[in-house]
Write a protein of this length. Structure first.
Length: 110
């Protein structure tokens, strides 16, 4: 009889703990970002310069992985799909960084 009561209670506790963990992580991320921006302002730097390239990198990794899996699937009798996915994702990131650096050099006038 006790196990019938503890099972739903344990499930609810686990869900509550997971939600509280997510909220805590988001809170810590926002406060850390705010502290970083304030530190940049105190040093006299532009706080908008510290933008992250996370989303372009995530998109390139996803697109490169998808293209690699498609190429790996098109080859007859091939089991190298995951290898092609890693290869294409890495090549996409390398090309992105080369283009970004050349654009930064062009914009800075060097």
């Amino acid at each position: 009889m006790q196990s019938n009561f503890l099972s739903p209670l344990l499930f609810v506790l686990v869900i509550v703990l997971i939600l509280m963990s997510i909220v805590a992580i988001v809170y810590l991320y926002i406060t850390a970002k705010n502290r970083e921006r304030l530190a940049l302002i105190e040093k006299g730097m532009n706080p908008n310069l510290s933008r992250s390239d996370f989303w372009p990198h995530a998109g390139i990794i996803g697109g490169g992985s998808a293209a690699g899996l498609i190429v790996g699937d098109l080859l007859p009798h091939s089991t190298y799909g995951p290898l092609f996915a890693i290869l294409f994702a890495g090549a996409g990131l390398v090309i992105y960084n080369v283009i970004r650096r050349s654009k930064m050099r062009r914009d800075s006038g060097v």
